[in-house]
Design a protein around this ligand. Structure first.
Ligand SMILES: [Cu+2]
Length: 140
């Protein structure tokens, strides 16, 4: 056999082995890390829905500091909003036209049935702003 051909075959074999090792799929499947992300949305598709659906909102200086900005519920659900604010204010749920007096640093509760579907702003009258919205998904 030709000497050159032998060297060529040898180099080719080494190159192919290297290529194989390089491209070989890893035996271990990539680990899927479960990430727990805090959503700013309460999902209507939650598996277990406690009744009434209770949502906690915290307000500081007229702005929402904890709790969902979009409160997503299903039409017909019983809703209980627990709201605490560092300043006294008046909360207004538009559409449903429900108001709630907020005393500074005291939890106030607005309980109602989400009869009407649609998007309804939740506003603070003294701070003049929408802090959150109620989104009621139609039931049919
Ligand atoms: Cu209003």
């Amino acid at each position: 056999m030709n000497y050159r051909a032998l060297i060529f075959i040898l180099i080719s074999a080494i190159a192919l082995t290297a290529l194989f090792l390089l491209l070989k799929p890893t035996a271990e499947p990539p680990k899927v890390q479960a990430t727990v992300s805090q959503s700013d949305t309460v999902n209507a598709e939650s598996t277990s829905v406690p009744s009434p659906r209770t949502i906690e909102l915290s307000i500081k200086d007229g702005a929402l500091i904890s709790g969902p900005q979009r409160i997503q519920v299903l039409q017909g659900e019983e809703i209980k909003l627990n709201i605490v604010s560092n300043h006294a204010d008046e909360l207004h749920l538009h559409g449903y036209d429900l108001t709630l007096k907020l005393k500074a640093k005291e939890t106030a509760t607005l309980a109602f049935t989400a009869k009407h579907s649609g998007r309804f702003g939740i506003e603070l009258h003294h701070a003049h702003g929408e802090i959150a919205a109620l989104e009621v998904m139609p039931n049919n």
